[in-house]
Design a protein. Structure first.
Length: 81
């Protein structure tokens, strides 16, 4: 049986498509929707590409802390000419 990838495009592309519809995401949402296990790493990758984010610390109903990332757009220096 040959290995067949589930997702046909990179995770950062899935995230950018998501941010066009919904301006924020949490780690649990990223894991459930896109199978992204390390959302902070993907956010860092996007920031290196010139995208901007804010981070909001929240607590769920059990008191567990999590971070919600809000997409702020692409910085002017990160845009293609």
């Amino acid at each position: 049986m040959a290995f067949r990838p589930v997702m046909q495009k990179p995770q950062i592309e899935w995230l950018l498509t998501h941010f066009k519809k919904v301006p924020s995401i949490s780690g649990q949402e990223a894991a459930a929707m896109f199978r992204i296990r390390s959302l902070p790493r993907r956010i860092l990758d996007l920031e290196k590409m010139g995208h901007r984010f804010s981070r909001e610390t929240r607590y769920d109903t059990t008191g567990q802390r999590y971070v919600r990332y809000h997409y702020l757009g692409q910085s002017q220096k990160g845009r293609a000419a």
